[in-house]
Design a protein around this ligand. Structure first.
Ligand SMILES: Nc1ncnc2c1ncn2[C@@H]1O[C@H](COP(=O)(O)OP(=O)(O)OP(=O)(O)O)[C@@H](O)[C@H]1O
Ligand SMILES: [Mg+2]
Length: 381
């Protein structure tokens, strides 16, 4: 690690280490350690660990895509091939095509998709005909590929992002995967999406086994873990930040990964040639980050909400940290049962979280403030 204090000011600027774009794996993952270490053990085990089938859910910007990418990279160091796709039409073909491409790369095929008798590291021999020539269905094509991988002690990790039960192929993928699991193949499936999409997929009647999949709900990250990632990202990239500036940042970030990257990126860029990311830089970065949060996360979330959803959320605005369901129902002028329906919807979108029995609070940072401002601006629809 570089000694930050020795960096001369007015030297060349150091490249900004923050990653404020969607899906990018951060330099330091804040939190998520528990999941990552469980996953790492699961990938190493010879038997089947439950983590190998995981559903990851969380609101926008909570780090679903970054986590999938992180686990995919990690898996390749543990003897797996990873294939990452989004839940869009054509996903089955894509899984097969990417898996074949990676398999041939890893197994040392220099001759297109056909692998015949090629030695890998002088030890292994692979006999592989292009599966589609012999295999009429996706399942059998995948089986051929999995057989080949198994012969080389390789597992196959499939990650599916942005899951949606509306994509039929998603259901086919999950249903076929279940057969592979029953056949005791070395295969893993990690899917990620917004909470309501993940819930709906898990509730799909033809793939009910997903209800028993491991669930990983990405919420806010505790402040101490945000602080640790913030400090390390800056220090290990060669600059210095004071305790005061750090606590200003951590308060503004409020446990939200995307905000960590935004605040850091903007603060860093204020004076990239200075040795220190100063308090003033962080104050300025925080302001800019807030605006970007509005346009890049909160607006799109807001546009997906119904009038009933908005009425529920507005009824939370008079409270500071948490709102009781009794108060919300009263402010909505509706019954507890009616308010309860919207509570469920908002919990599933990751916009609110349960604080204690009968109490909810905003989980999507800045959303309350954003909504109040929208209403003040007259943007009610
Ligand atoms: N654990 C983390 N620690 C630090 N930064 C993170 C972490 N997870 C994600 N990020 C950063 O947060 C931002 C958002 O992450 P990501 O795109 O993975 O979110 P998402 O949940 O997939 O959002 P969306 O629902 O919009 O697809 C990215 O800039 C990423 O680098
Ligand atoms: Mg994403």
């Amino acid at each position: 690690m570089r000694k930050t204090a020795q960096l001369p000011s007015h030297s060349a600027s150091i490249e900004n280490p923050f990653t404020p774009s969607f899906g990018e794996i951060p330099l330091f993952m804040a939190g998520r350690n528990d999941f990552i270490s469980r996953m790492s053990r699961a990938l190493d085990r010879s038997g089947r660990a439950p983590e190998l089938t995981t559903l990851v859910s969380g609101a926008r910007g909570t780090g679903k895509t970054a986590l999938l990418g992180y686990v995919a990279e990690m898996s390749e160091r543990h003897g797996w091939i990873s294939v990452g796709v989004s839940a869009l039409p054509g996903l089955l073909e894509e899984v097969l095509a990417v898996a074949r491409r990676k398999a041939s790369r890893v197994l040392g095929d220099h001759d297109g998709p056909r692998l015949t008798g090629l030695g890998v590291g002088g030890l292994l021999n692979a006999e592989w005909e292009l599966p589609s020539q012999n295999a009429p269905t996706w399942r059998t094509a995948m089986e051929d590929l999995l057989d080949l991988l198994a012969a080389h002690d390789l597992g196959l990790l499939i990650t599916v992002d942005e899951v949606s039960p509306q994509v039929d192929e998603m259901v086919t993928l999950a249903a076929t995967y279940q057969h592979f699991v029953i056949e005791r193949r070395r295969i893993a499936l990690i899917m990620a999406g917004l909470p309501y999409n993940v819930d709906e997929l898990a509730g799909h009647k033809s793939i009910s086994f997903l209800r028993r999949a491991q669930r990983e709900r990405l919420g806010r990250i505790p402040h101490f873990e945000i602080e640790d990632a913030w400090r390390r990202t800056i220090a290990e990239s060669g600059r210095f930040v004071s305790d005061d500036a750090t606590s200003l940042a951590v308060t503004a970030i409020d446990g939200f990964p995307f905000m960590l990257q935004l605040v850091g990126y903007r603060a860093w860029d204020c004076h990239p040639r200075e040795a220190e990311v100063s308090y003033a830089d962080v104050a300025r970065g925080t302001d800019m980050a807030r605006h970007e949060m509005y346009s890049r996360v909160l607006e799109s979330t807001y546009r997906e909400l119904s009038e009933g959803d908005l009425a529920f959320l507005r009824a939370m605005l008079p409270d500071r940290d948490e709102s009781s369901m009794a108060n919300i129902a009263e402010r909505m002028g509706k019954s507890r049962a009616y308010a309860g329906t919207y509570r469920k919807r908002m919990l599933r979108q990751g916009i609110i979280g349960e604080r204690r029995r009968g109490y909810v609070g905003f989980d999507l940072p800045l959303f309350g403030e954003f909504l109040a401002q929208k209403d003040a601006d007259g943007g009610l629809t």
